[in-house]
Design a protein around this ligand. Structure first.
Ligand code: SF4
Ligand code: SF4
Length: 503
């Protein structure tokens, strides 16, 4: 464990707050554990070594332009304090005020959450990744700069933290070194949510200071609201792509595949993560085959942005989230569909099903269901002819945090897999205790500086170990192995991890 006290966040300014190096990380089995003593070890390049680090030195991760002078630093501090106050007011924080104040007031400092956090564990117990580290900094700043804080909290004697550029930029960086997997929240005996503190910090930075990673903001929500999809696909392009897809897949599989568009009054509007259409075309094609075979009256929408279920606002900005989800539901309302089905995208599930419940009112509150439970009903109905003998290979299942831990959809996907994959095996742990793919909370999309490598080396390390362990009885490339990962972002992250491991 690397000791670093909370109040040092703003005082150590001449170097990293707490360096993370390869030998700090939890070991992986050979040949992936490339520490010197292990067989198969090969020397890392300087560049590779740096990819493990996130030292909160203001250089390694999310780059921000430093204030030019004291006056500019003062303005940043004032904006941050103004944002803190807004987070604690009911007029401004209409989404998460209550769970936030409970989390601020009632921490018993028992550290049960630290034992549950894959980032903290993978980093070798580096204090800066302890779930309570950023929460405690946040808590003390709230105490210092606002009148609120609750009775219990007010009785605690807390050290002051310097509030300066160093503290603020490190907090910004730290808020993007958490996958918001909420494993810590699930473990907390008081029901407190350190992932929410991460989220609220991101929200403050976005709404008050205009700071957000470009992958989530400019190329994410802004692009989606402007053109319809964070992939950049406009309605005509998405329709053309799916039409090519239908043709290609029909030819390849020898069955007619036809995707219906804009069917008024359809029973079901399916909203895919549009990334699937570009990166994993088998997925939308499989949905078309299954829904047609099951005789479902379904449709896709070509109205922007209802052909792309992603909503990166979930990760950093409630207003962006609300703008996107409202437009999704307005399109569904115009079509007059009875139900909206989430595609295979974990954060879409959370945005459109869980959080949107606080946003969608009246006739925009159209019933919404996960594609997983929807598909299970189809499979259970016996309307499909299944041939498990064709799937004679080892398969394991990844549980996307937003679908499984957040929504509690645990068994339906297993009931489907058990019916079609005789060699299915679980990871340990699994279900609501699963580990994040490493790319949760938007990290799967982020590529600035060392983010891509850091998520392979640190935030995705526990998942990587789980996958290796699940297939320990059939190592090597000779046996084809499959990971079922019903979330677009998880798939992207796992793919990058396995490519990096191959290298
Ligand atoms: S588990 Fe809950 S109460 Fe215990 S330290 Fe973590 S947040 Fe605080
Ligand atoms: S949300 Fe996940 S990554 Fe973030 S502090 Fe909690 S357990 Fe760790």
């Amino acid at each position: 464990m690397k000791p670093v006290s909370i109040k040092k966040i703003g005082t150590i300014t001449d170097g990293p707050l707490s360096p993370n190096e390869i030998n700090d990380l939890v070991p992986l089995p050979p040949p992936y554990d490339r520490v010197e003593e292990q067989p198969g070890w090969k020397k890392l390049t300087k560049e590779q070594e740096e990819s493990y680090a996130c030292d909160l030195d203001g250089v390694t991760g999310l780059s921000l332009p430093k204030p030019k002078d004291a006056a500019e630093e003062k303005r940043v501090v004032e904006q941050f304090v103004s944002g803190l106050k807004k987070l604690l007011s009911s007029e401004n924080n209409w989404t998460f005020l209550q769970p936030l104040t409970l989390t601020i007031d009632y921490c018993a400092r028992c550290q049960t959450c630290s034992g549950a956090c894959p980032v903290y564990e993978s980093s070798g117990g580096n204090e800066i990744y302890r779930p309570t580290y950023r929460s405690e900094v946040f808590r003390r700043l709230v105490k210092k700069y606002t009148k609120t804080g609750g009775e219990l909290f007010a009785k605690l004697r807390l050290e002051d933290i310097d509030l300066n550029w160093t503290t603020i930029s490190r907090l910004y960086e730290l808020s993007y070194r958490c996958t918001m997997c909420r494993r810590c929240a699930q473990a907390c005996p008081m029901g407190l949510d350190n992932a929410l503190v991460t989220h609220e910090l991101r929200k403050l930075f976005s709404q008050e200071l205009g700071w957000a990673p470009r992958e989530l903001h400019e190329k994410g929500t802004v692009q989606q609201l402007a053109v319809g999809s964070s992939t950049g696909m406009k309605p005509a392009v998405v329709k053309e792509n799916v039409s090519f897809l239908d043709e290609d897949m029909s030819e390849e599989l020898g069955i007619k595949i036809e995707t219906p568009w804009d069917v008024a009054g359809a029973d079901v509007l399916l909203i895919h993560n549009a990334g699937e259409i570009l990166a994993w075309p088998e997925n939308p094609a499989a949905f078309a085959i299954i829904l047609n075979a099951a005789g479902i009256k379904w449709t896709l929408s070509s109205e922007a942005p209802a052909y792309d279920g992603v909503n990166y606002g979930l990760f950093y900005d409630d207003f962006q989230l609300a703008r996107i989800v409202t437009r999704h539901m307005e399109a569904a309302k115009r079509l007059g569909v009875k139900k909206v089905i989430m595609g295979e995208c974990g954060h879409q599930h959370k945005a459109m099903m869980t959080i949107a419940d606080r946003i969608l009112t009246g006739d925009l509150n159209i019933p919404r269901e996960s594609s997983i439970t929807f598909l299970e009903d189809i499979v259970a109905s016996g309307r499909l002819t299944l041939d498990p003998a064709r799937n004679d290979f080892p398969v394991t299942l990844h549980d996307p945090c937003n679908i499984v831990r957040n929504l509690g959809i645990v068994e339906p996907q297993r009931r489907i897999i058990r019916k079609i994959c005789p060699r299915f095996r679980e990871m340990t742990p699994h279900g609501v205790d699963n580990y994040c793919c490493g790319g949760g909370s938007g990290m799967a999309l982020m590529s600035q500086n060392n983010f891509k490598d850091w998520r392979v080396s640190v935030s995705g390390r526990k998942k990587f170990r789980q996958i290796l362990d699940a297939f320990a009885d059939c190592p090597g490339p000779e046996v084809k192995k499959y990971i079922c990962a019903p979330c677009s972002n998880c798939k992207g992250c796992l793919l990058y991890t396995s490519d990096a491991a191959d290298e």
